[in-house]
Design a protein. Structure first.
Length: 251
């Protein structure tokens, strides 16, 4: 699977990655073959990617044509076997955006549908907070974070460098298309992957709460990415119907 020529480009003004953990079997049934949960210390890693994008435009277009938006993805770290090699990335269950135009064009410019949500984002000193309300209320999010010195002591990631490397390796994101008969990938290439640890002070996530009971998951860690340039490229697809795990070929 080789990334194609850049399709979109822009600037990451803010990116918060919240990682949670659960037993692999709790979410594995939601994944299309050949994707499977990526396991870290016996745990599947899932969570949220909240990102503030600016100057988003077709690759090669001038910056003044770009758009700004907040997006949020519910996702899980995955792996798959391709040409005998194990690859890693994320599978995106659901995405929300603050920009109506982005929701309307989703599945056309980038893979997968996006829902138009109401984002109340607040940055105060060393704190980053989000209240997200969705039209169906099924993916509402309440998140409160603040700067931390290190990853939590009970994290499955033993160090900040281990966590950074894990997240950096998840640059390929898979999403089901609008019809649901294919899963398509985009490769998100950032100019530099520099992150700082965060403490999650509060998290309510309706979508994951509908999939898991409170005793089945816990918050593991979180980071904030430093501002950077970004490009997105299409990175493959596979059909979801009439195929088994052993015979799937990433196109």
């Amino acid at each position: 699977m080789n990334p194609s020529v850049p399709r979109l480009e822009g600037h990451v003004a803010r990116r918060i990655l919240v990682n949670c953990r659960t037993r692999p079997g709790n979410l594995a049934h939601l994944l299309p073959a050949p994707l499977r949960p990526q396991i870290v210390e016996g745990q599947a890693i899932f969570g949220l990617c909240w990102i503030r994008l600016e100057e988003v435009r077709l690759a090669g277009w001038p910056r003044w044509t770009g758009l700004a938006m907040d997006n949020l993805a519910h996702r899980i770290a995955v792996e798959w076997t391709e040409a005998g090699q194990i690859r890693t990335g994320v599978h995106i269950f659901r995405r929300e955006t603050s920009l109506g135009l982005a929701a309307w064009t989703s599945g056309r410019v980038v893979p997968g549908p996006m829902n138009h949500g109401l984002f109340d984002a607040r940055e105060t000193g060393d704190a980053w907070n989000l209240d997200l309300r969705t039209p169906d209320s099924e993916a509402d999010v309440d998140l409160a974070t603040r700067t931390a010195d290190r990853v939590p002591a009970d994290s499955v990631f033993r160090s900040m460098e281990t966590l950074r490397s894990f997240l950096e390796a998840g640059a390929v994101g898979w999403s089901a298309n609008r019809i649901g008969d294919r899963v398509e990938a985009m490769h998100m290439a950032v100019e530099r992957f520099q992150v700082q640890p965060l403490e999650v002070r509060h998290l309510r996530c309706r979508w994951f709460e509908r999939q898991l009971s409170d005793s089945e998951w816990s918050v593991d860690s979180a980071v904030r990415m430093e501002p950077t340039g970004v490009r997105w490229m299409r990175a493959g697809a596979f059909a979801t119907a009439g195929r088994d795990r052993a015979n799937v070929t990433i196109q």
